[in-house]
Design a protein around this ligand. Structure first.
Ligand code: NAD
Length: 261
């Protein structure tokens, strides 16, 4: 049996992954704000340091895999911009850099990062925002989207997921990751019915935008089904998967950019 870490293990897709891995007999070290083995606020440097250290201690220096599902949605609000950027970007890349030696110590460890189909379906994320993410300068990220006013949250959200996907693709093929046997990939869901989406649906303007968004097969995705994709990406069958961003979104990504391939 294997040892995994799952961030965002208390809710939604992270919770579904945690339950399915435990049902298979694996050990899961959950990381979340509440109801987890490691309690840590990933929006702060201290919280991220604690998450890195406590997970390494709990795992005994060896991790067979990691699932980075903690994240915040594009809910508007000036204070939210920083939180979205910190949790969705730094809460992934800093943790993975901290856990990398433990992942390298395992035999072909697998990592799944939650991206989003907003990476390809939200237009107009400025290149200066992506540059600020790459510099890990969150003040600069927030300044870079001021011009968008009330629309800034969806832009920071899409920017955080684009930046984390770029990081996954660059790191995945490097000596430190592929070169030490770690398989690093991302999953890009569309609208999945979890507490995150339910919160957005409870706000009339957000609900209108979500419900009018093109989803060729219609409706919303199921958290348990997305968890099944994660389990497959953690399995031995995925040993040849490296640096991929897998879209599971009812067809929206294909709808918007069928000609890009
Ligand atoms: P969710 O809100 O149900 O769960 C997210 C978890 O992250 C929660 O348990 C929450 O406590 C945790 N979290 C939030 N802020 C945190 C912080 N500061 N420190 C530690 N933990 C924190 O969300 P979900 O829908 O299951 O989303 C999982 C991932 O999938 C997220 O990264 C999200 O951006 C992404 N995603 C979701 C959707 C969707 O429609 N639900 C679509 C695309 C991508």
């Amino acid at each position: 049996m294997k040892c995994y870490v799952v961030t965002g293990s208390a809710s939604g897709m992270g919770r579904a992954v945690t339950e399915k891995l435990r049902a298979q007999g694996h050990t899961v070290i959950g990381v979340d704000l509440v109801d987890a083995e490691v309690l840590a606020d990933l929006s702060t440097p201290d919280g991220r340091h604690r998450a890195i250290a406590d997970v390494l201690a709990a795992a005994g220096g060896r991790l067979d895999g990691a699932v980075l599902a903690a994240g915040l949605g594009p809910t508007p609000g000036k204070e939210r911009l920083r939180l979205i950027a910190e949790v969705n970007y730094l809460g992934v890349v800093e943790l993975l850099e901290g856990w990398r030696p433990a992942l390298a110590a395992a035999d072909e460890a697998k990592v799944v990062v939650f991206s989003s189909n907003s990476t390809t379906t939200v237009p107009a994320v400025p290149s200066r925002t992506l540059a600020a993410f790459a510099e890990r300068d969150i003040d600069k990220v927030c300044r870079s989207v001021r011009i968008f006013g009330k629309q800034a949250a969806p832009i920071v959200y899409a920017g955080s997921k684009l930046a984390v996907s770029h990081w996954v693709r660059r790191a995945a093929v490097s000596r430190e990751w592929a070169g030490t046997g770690i398989r690093l990939n991302a999953l890009a869901p569309g609208a999945i019915l979890t507490p995150l989406l339910e919160k957005q649906l409870a706000t009339p303007t957000e609900a209108k935008a979500i419900r009018s968004f093109p989803v060729p097969i219609g409706g919303f995705g199921d958290a348990g089904h997305l968890a099944d994709w994660v389990l497959f990406m953690l399995s031995d069958s995925s040993r040849f998967l490296c640096g991929s961003v897998l879209f599971v979104d009812g067809g929206s990504d294909a709808y918007f950019r069928a000609k890009d391939w």
